[in-house]
Write a protein that binds this ligand. Structure first.
Ligand code: 5GP
Length: 120
């Protein structure tokens, strides 16, 4: 289990394409790719290409407001692209109690099945 850290993460290698991933959306700021352990028929991770200290949402500063908005807006675009017209789930895990394992902020987009609430 990872601990909160400013060290490079596996996502740097995904961004650089050193590590293969299935990219579903990419622009100059955001990369979206399929999670290697999908929790539903659709499970995509959206990340900023530059981490800029944003190891997790709890580390957000005012300078991150634009990228945070862009991540959510891109999640909506990708949900549409993936045909998730009946709905979807957005998750940002933060810190040990939030089950965060990769310390490069990421938005989970999960869909294609009925979700449950409250989560476990
Ligand atoms: P967290 O637990 O930090 O919110 O989510 C990290 C996510 O990254 C997990 O859902 C995990 O399956 C995914 N993940 C970890 N390593 C890789 C990888 O090498 N490739 C891809 N595509 N996903 C990964």
């Amino acid at each position: 289990a990872a601990t909160p850290s400013d060290s490079p993460t596996i996502f740097d290698k995904i961004i650089s394409k050193e590590l293969p991933s299935t990219v579903v959306y990419e622009d100059d700021k955001v990369l979206a790719f399929r999670d290697i352990t999908p929790q539903g028929p659709v499970h995509i991770l959206l990340i900023p290409k530059v981490r800029d200290g944003l190891t997790g949402l709890s580390k957000a500063e005012e300078r991150h407001i634009d990228i945070l908005g862009r991540l959510l807006y891109t999640a909506k675009l990708v949900a549409k692209q993936e045909g998730l017209d009946e709905g979807f789930r957005i998750v940002i895990n933060d810190g040990p109690q939030g089950c965060q394992s990769v310390y490069h902020i990421h938005v989970h987009l999960i869909g294609g099945r009925q979700m449950n609430w409250p989560p476990g």
